[in-house]
Ligand binder design. Sequence first.
Ligand SMILES: C[S@@+](CC[C@H](N)C(=O)[O-])C[C@H]1O[C@@H](n2cnc3c(N)ncnc32)[C@H](O)[C@@H]1O
Length: 332
Amino acid sequence: MHTQRQHHHARRTVDPRRAESIAAAYDLAGDNYIAYADGDSTRLFSFEGLHAYADRRLWSLLDAKLCRLRQSGARSVTILDAGCGPGTWLRRLVTRAVELRFATINARGFDVAEAQIETARRMAGNLAPLPGVSLKFDVADLTSPLREATGSVDLTLCLYSVLSHLPIASLPNVASEIARVTRGRFITTVRAVGSTPTIFIDSIDKARNFRLDHSQDRYHIELRNGRSIALRSHLFTARELRKAFGRHFEVEELSGLDIFHSRFLPDRRWNPASVLSDKQFLDLLAQLEELYAGDARFIERATHLLFVGRRRGSSAVLGAERRLPKDDNSRR
Ligand SMILES: C[S@@+](CC[C@H](N)C(=O)[O-])C[C@H]1O[C@@H](n2cnc3c(N)ncnc32)[C@H](O)[C@@H]1O
């Protein structure tokens, strides 16, 4: 039944600007998406492969926020993941919140792609029944009002390009709604304007061709298996991101995430084994990331822009690590 729906969506002439074409693309990806995005989905904290650096960096940030909240004496935590895909980040956070002995853990993820939500529910099967845990996944659209109560969420996430798929004109309303429900932090990553290409749903070598029309934010992808995908995709400048969310959130961090790692990744189809990255080299890249993540000349050439905002007027309980881009051209 579900497979029929997937095919129906994928074969129809799609308008890449519509949310349903985004849902169709991620539905079509099915479980390939979780393999592409998260590697071995059963090893939640292994952080291997293409996205290892960005994931590890993001995880240390999220983990620190959770620990800080617990250390402040909080016994309950509420987390919302907007555009959660297969729900891996919520599984990580809920697992950690259980370890930290939060007595009540409320977590909800939602996504427009039904197939991703089905995967999320299936993968979360062992966490959802734990005492004190409420872990739910729904099909919903971020451009619609959120069901959470005002000021009820400690951590609101919108990770890895969810915002890139929204109509840019919807951002002010989306930002207001996220701000309405958030009492703690909002953490998002979007594709930067100078990032390397991606086809979002799978590794780029699955594509025969791709072209992003920036005047319309329309992205057409021709897959090697003969299928075509059309989806809205916007590449962000740091200014756009700050403008959308800076009204509601004090900017704790606005930085480039993964400037060097992806670009220095050896390609096994091209480089000999002698060029494979060893620990020493990876440590060096990590130092470079640290050095240039806030540098105005590099930030928009990172794979992602990372925004961490503290709800204006909220207490600083979740902790602040500042890394803001310098407007001048001096090095950090
Ligand atoms: C690259 S995936 C990231 C998924 C997940 N956040 C992660 O980090 O693995 C982008 C996700 O955004 C979802 N998405 C796009 N537009 C959306 C919308 N308007 N409302 C909810 N989800 C949306 C897609 O269906 C897809 O699952």
